[in-house]
Structures are given as C-alpha cells and as structure tokens.
Design a protein around this ligand. Sequence first.
Ligand code: GCO
Length: 462
Amino acid sequence: MVSLQTAFPGGANDRRPVGRKPLPCGFLWGVSTSAYQVEGAAQADGRGASIWDGFCREPGRIANGDTGDEACDHYHRYREDIGLMQQIGVGAYRFSVAWPRILPTGRSPVNEAGIAFYDRLVDGLLQAGIEPWLCLYHWDLPQALQELGGWTNRDVVEWFSDYAQVVARRLGDRVKRFATFNEPAVFTLFGYSFGWHPPATNDHDSLYAAVHHVNLAHGTAVDVLRAEVAAASIGVIHNMQPSRPVQQVPADRKAAAILDDFWNRAFPDPQLLGDYPASLRGRIDLHRRKGDMERICRPVDWLGVNHYSPIYAKAEGASPLGFAWADAPADVVRSPVGWQIDPMAFRDVLLDAHDRYGLPLYVTENGAGAVEKPDASGEILDLERVDYFSRYINALGEAVELGADVRGYFVWSLLDNFEWGAGYQNRFGLVYVDYPTQRRVPKASARWYAATIKAAAERVAT
Ligand code: GCO
C-alpha cells in the first residue's frame, strides 16, 4: 500500500484549503459511503435481495453490466477500511445500513448475522475514535417490499418505522448520529419517472405517491429514533443543487423552476417547514390524509447537504413533469465525468439552506468523479480532484464567513465504488480500488485530505 506519509507530489501544503478561510473549532471532517455501493457480499449470511440486485441484472441498465454483488467487499474488509480512515484522520464515517441485510424480507424476522456485521463495524469505528453516522436508507429497498408496491404503498410508512426501530434498538446504544434518508429526490425521480433507477416505472401518479410516503416515513422514523435512542442527533440528507435552464429562453427557465421545486424543495420543505411547494400540492393532495403534514414535519437536529454541481433542465412538452433533464452546456467548466464545476454555487447553496431551514448544516457528500487508473509507478495522482476539493472547501469557508452554520464536511467517497448506472467506471474515491484483487491504493487526494485535516487541527491548537 502506498503510505499516506508519502509527500504529495503536487505539493499538498501549497494547496491547504483551510488556510484562507478558517473553519469553526470542532469542525468535523469525514468520509461517506453507502451499503449497496461498497458492501458487496450480496448473498452472504442471509441478506435478502434489494431492488438494486434485480435491476442490475436487467440488460442495458448498468454500464458494462456491473452489479453490486461484490462491490468493494467492505462487508469483509471493513477493518482495513477503518484503518484507511484512521490514516486519513477523519473524525466520522457516514455509512448506510442495508435494510435487506438485517430484515431480509423487509419485515421481521431479524437476520442476526446481518445485525452482527453492523455491530462489528460500529465497534471497530468507535475503537478507532471515529464517530459512526448511520443513514437508514440509501436506496436499497428490500425486493420483497417492492413486490407489495414499495414506496407507492402507504403501508411502507409502517414497514420503515419498524425497520428504524430495529436499528435503533440494536445499534442505538453506540450510534448517536442518525439520518433517515439519503437524497429522496434522486431515487423517486429517477425510479418513478426517468427509468434510471429501480423500480424504473413511469407512472406520474406513482411518483407523487412515493414522494408523500417517503416524507411520511421520514417523520415517523424521526419519532421512533427520538423515542428509542438516548441523546440521538437526528438529521436527513438532501441533495441541493441550483437548477438552471440549459438556454436562457422562457420555456427553459420555466422548466428549471419546475425541476427546482421537485429537486430542492419536495422533501426538505414538508419535512422541515411543514408544506409542499405550491406547484406540487395538487398532485400530492391525492395521497394526503388529515394529520399527514404534522407527521412529516418533526423536529430534527441537523440537515445534511449533498452537493456536487448545478443541474440543468430544458422544456419538454411531452413530459408530464414539464421538464427534461439536460447536460451542462458545453461552455461551462466540467469535471472528467461531465459535471459542472462551480464552487460559488456550493457557497450559495449553503447560504440558502442556512437561511431557509435554520438548522446546523453538515455537508454529507461532495466530491469529483473520474475515470482513472494507476500510473506506471502505481500512484494515482488525482490532481484535478485535489483542485476540486480545494476550491469547494474554500467556498464552504466563504459560506461560513457569510454566516452559514456549517459544522462538518464529508468527502464522497472513502473508496471508489459502485456508481449506480455508471457501474464501476466512474471513480469518486480518495482510495483507489483495484476490483479484481480488492487492493486499496490511497490516491494523492487521500494524502491531501489527511494534510488538510491535520492542518485544521493544528490551527485550532496554536
Ligand atoms: C448520490 C449518492 C451517492 C453517489 C454520489 C456520486 O448523490 O447520488 O448519494 O450514492 O454515488 O453522489 O454520484
């Protein structure tokens, strides 16, 4: 393994991001992953199937026909991965629990072997001085529940709260940081409209049923976690990205505004402010019952913001949504995987989230994708990623300076991993994974992140 002590050839110290904009003391540095993307061991120890297992097997869904069957084998290699986190010096690890690993059919009985994995992971993290941040749902619904209608069946609210109760009772003696959902806007829109995620249906009414039931499941799970876990700190994680028209014409501007309501408001507004954006209310009313908004809007302790880039929309007359997803225009600065690089958009997202929701913020994902492989000497000199992080963390510092209450930052991701529809070809890790051997190789960005965390700690100490 390449040592993290190796001097960063690009000059890590020249690029220390926190030099320019000091961050608050106690600022938390972390890394994020999710269960289906890293665990692998899809058939091990009684894990049930998730909707992603079957979806990956459908021809043409995932680049190169990749699946999460093996992923990074984190299920077996979690100790080595905790060691990598220690070397980088992070204070927190955000992961998700695979619902079908601990409840193979989505409902009782509990799979003890599945729980035992999370016991080992949590204990290993605590021994290493790394705080576990547990997310209940990062998109891997048990297949058995999908067969009962999944998120479109209102009963899912009870299934989810029962699942939350199992996790709380079995892990809540040691885990205190909980998130209910990761990026509900993504899995609902991509799963119930665009066909990019399971269940890949395209029924407009199902989309809004799913939105409302996810919101209800969130609020119900917050109450369960609060009741079950002493001193719990509970949040929810949303992707927040400015929605821009692909061309400055009225029709595209209107499309971008509709996408903005869905992408940036359809979940955080009801969950944190108690109401849906006006443009969605008519659709949601078909699924709303008396008392629902009170069940959805429960007090939480923090808001997790995932942000990578702005998104683009264009007018699409044929779509019942009133917009189509669009690539970033050719004249903007883009990452190797085509996502726009715009650190000031990140700063503004944090300021807007602070103003609108008034909660402590944690950046729970930020990072840059690339198609990469080791050079002749075995190193991965991901200097573009280092540059991205450096600029984005500076933008975070500006947001703090302008008043945003941002308390932590988690890199996506610790490891290269299964990037959904893009399979393994797009890599986001600080650590390279050689999939055939599962060998981990820290990239230059891992050394840079370690230096950044160390410099921040030294600044506080001096
Ligand atoms: C998401 C998910 C992650 C992704 C990451 C890079 O934002 O889509 O939370 O699972 O892998 O964002 O696309």
